[in-house]
Design a binder for this molecule. Structure first.
Ligand code: ADP
Ligand code: MG
Length: 400
């Protein structure tokens, strides 16, 4: 369902509350990756260029103790944003109170203000007001503006005061450009895919991906399984899997999924093994029916790569979640790399989507970010989206 977007709001002269995702990695006071700040700029620019007054807020890390608080101020993020957007950004080091209210009232059209880490409200004596979506807090933040734009996908799977709380207490609300893109690609592909839709699923554990597999079996034409979780499926087929990752309590479920999936489910043919979980172990290609007792599968093998690549080549949409092997070790990165390349080769011919934190990291490792239709910006949020769940940060915005 299409959501109202920022283009549907007349922002001129309005105090526009914007929930951004500025939860950036910071080491020793330095922002080590500013992607999320860069990602929010189109929405902020749009507001400023159309004469709105942008009031930005975000969480940063977890704030559970006073010690956490010391390292979680958004002040340096505001400075970074100012540098990147090349405009002044007024930072207010509070999450409420007269100083914040006065600063907002002094804002002029086209100006930007940012207030302090919303999770500072989690240290309140009354409990975690932000993370528990305290109704007073949502109402208070909503009272600071005229309309609300949610552009934080990373927290869209959580109902917090700074997204759902504000949205529930304000009439005019919309999604920003970042969130719009996530909905357009992930949401629309799940709801109304261009067939054939091929889902490529990997990662370490079956237990992390059960709901994703189940949901994608419903909508996809093929579901290709790789990564560590394939071995639980092989175990379910009675094969020897050596010391590979296996969740014994999920074998029965894997059996059920194999029965349910039928021809849709593809487990591949071979893997690359080692004798230990390390980049220094000797890598050996093994068919699935000849894995020795003392070896573990750490990547998909060449026959699997060929089979999966062929299936991918015929796709009109691809959803990929989860690395196919331990791509962090150069020795076992090839499967993930080749599958990434096979999906990237569809560039222009198919809708290609990558979701999941580690999958995104793999795409970055192989420098393929620009070769996909969409690389999702949210780890947990994209997983829950792929599971077919309704994300509260999206559902709190009205349909068009
Ligand atoms: P995402 O974050 O994209 O959803 P996951 O968190 O589910 O992905 O899984 C990523 C991890 O799975 C990676 O760190 C990778 O090393 C690991 N992995 C992939 N294949 C294997 C394997 N055969 N054995 C052990 N771990 C694996
Ligand atoms: Mg992960």
């Amino acid at each position: 369902m299409a959501k109202k977007t920022i283009r549907d709001i007349d922002v001129k002269g309005k105090k526009v509350l914007v929930r951004v995702d500025f939860n950036v990695p910071i080491k020793k006071g330095v922002i080590t990756d500013d992607n999320r700040i860069v990602g929010a700029i189109p929405t902020i620019k749009y507001i400023v260029e159309n004469g709105g007054r942008a009031i930005l807020f975000s969480h940063l890390g977890r704030v559970e103790t006073l010690e956490d608080k010391k390292n979680a101020s958004l002040e340096i993020v505001a400075a970074k944003l100012s540098e990147l957007i090349n405009l002044p950004v007024r930072f207010v080091p509070f999450t409420r109170g007269t100083e914040l209210e006065e600063a907002i009232n002094e804002l002029k059209d086209g100006e930007i203000l940012m207030f302090e880490n919303t999770r500072f409200e989690d240290l309140n004596e009354k409990g975690k007001l932000e993370s528990k979506n305290n109704s007073e807090l949502g109402k208070y933040w909503a009272s600071l503006g005229d309309c609300f734009v949610n552009d934080a996908f990373g927290t869209a799977h959580r109902a917090h005061a700074s997204n759902v709380g504000v949205a529930s207490n304000i009439k005019e609300k919309a999604v920003g450009f970042l969130l719009e893109k996530e909905i357009k690609f992930i949401g629309d592909t799940l709801e109304n895919p261009k067939h054939p839709l091929v889902a490529v699923l990997g990662g370490a554990k079956v237990s992390d991906k059960i709901s994703v597999i189940e949901n994608l079996l419903k909508v996809a034409d093929k579901v290709l399984i790789g990564g560590g979780m394939v071995f639980t499926f092989l175990k379910a087929q009675g094969l020897e899997i050596g010391t590979s990752l296996c969740e014994l309590d999920k074998v029965a479920l894997a059996q059920e999924l194999i029965a349910k999936g039928g021809d849709k489910l593809e487990l591949g043919l071979d893997c690359v093994t080692g004798t230990s979980f390390s980049n220094d172990t000797v890598a050996t290609v093994r068919s699935f029916n000849e894995i020795p007792k003392d070896e573990m599968g750490l990547d998909i093998g060449p026959k699997t790569i060929a089979k999966f690549s062929k299936i991918i080549d015929g796709a009109h949409s691809v959803i990929w979640n989860g690395p196919l092997g331990v791509f962090e070790f150069d020795k076992f990165e090839n499967g993930t790399k080749q599958i990434a390349l096979a999906i990237a080769a569809l560039n222009g011919r198919a809708v290609t989507i990558v979701g999941g934190g580690d999958s995104g990291a793999a795409v970055a490792k192989f420098n393929l970010e620009d070769k996909f239709s969409h690389v999702s910006t949210g780890g947990g949020a994209s997983l829950e989206y792929l599971e077919g769940k309704v994300l509260p940060g999206i559902s709190c915005i009205d349909d068009k």
